[in-house]
Design a protein around this ligand. Structure first.
Ligand code: HEM
Length: 201
């Protein structure tokens, strides 16, 4: 961005650079953090899933795709219509404020057979709208998925016998992101309990 500015100071103001960097920290941090939380939760809640990934780490990219389909960390997004539009038989005026359930795209039975089933080996799990669509498609989609893959790779290597601590309720943030604020896990190998999570606000 600084290079763009140097070339043409009118193309990008310093305020715009600051504002973009500021939004990037939020856009990239909570989304990915909750993605990792959802991923670990969904694998550990059925230990055969976790064990399958421990036994075959090649399943990791598919597991990340499937958790995004099944339990995305950004389930909703806002939009404002710029002109009157007819969507699914509903007439919307210009300026309508929409709250889009992007996560619903992952439960579309015409695309995903048995959408309620979490399937590590689903081949088309990425055919959702969880990173948006069009010119505003998530800038960090590839990076976010890579982070989650690397985190899971490290976790299964270090704690292959991880399990959820029974009886711990999971709380979720009250914003547009979704994922466990805390996830209590136990390392069966060492009999110690670990706490993963975003700090409570
Ligand atoms: C890993 C989980 C993530 C999810 C589920 C996610 C989801 C989304 C969604 C739904 C949008 C809106 C797209 C649209 O308007 O059509 C978006 C936009 C965006 N995301 Fe992500 N995101 C993730 C990670 C990241 C990361 C790691 C970064 C940056 C390092 C990032 C940066 C952005 C930016 C800058 C935009 C705005 C793009 C624009 O308006 O042109 N995201 N993301």
């Amino acid at each position: 961005m600084l290079a763009i500015r140097e070339e043409d100071p009118d193309a990008l103001s310093l305020e715009e650079v600051v504002s973009i960097l500021y939004s990037l920290t939020f856009a990239g941090h909570e989304t990915t953090n909750y993605l990792i939380g959802n991923l670990v939760r969904r694998l550990l809640e059925k230990l055969e899933r976790w064990d399958a990934v421990v036994g075959d780490p090649a399943l990791i990219p598919g597991a990340v795709g499937e958790v995004l389909r099944y339990d995305s960390s950004v389930p909703v997004w806002r939009r404002i219509t710029t002109r009157p539009v007819n969507l699914g038989g509903v007439a919307l005026p210009a300026g309508a404020k929409l709250f889009l359930w992007l996560a619903a795209s992952g439960r579309d039975a015409s695309v995903f057979p048995d959408p309620e089933i979490f399937d590590l080996r689903r081949t088309n799990a990425t055919k959702t709208l969880v990173f948006g669509e069009g010119i505003h498609y998530c800038l960090g989609a590839a990076l976010g998925k890579l982070y989650a893959q690397l985190a899971l790779e490290a976790l299964i290597k270090r704690f292959p016998r991880l399990s959820l601590v029974p009886g711990k309720a999971i709380s979720f943030p009250a914003n547009m992101c979704r994922g466990p604020q805390e996830l209590w896990v136990r390392d069966a190998g060492r009999y110690s309990e670990l706490r993963y999570g975003m700090e409570a606000r």
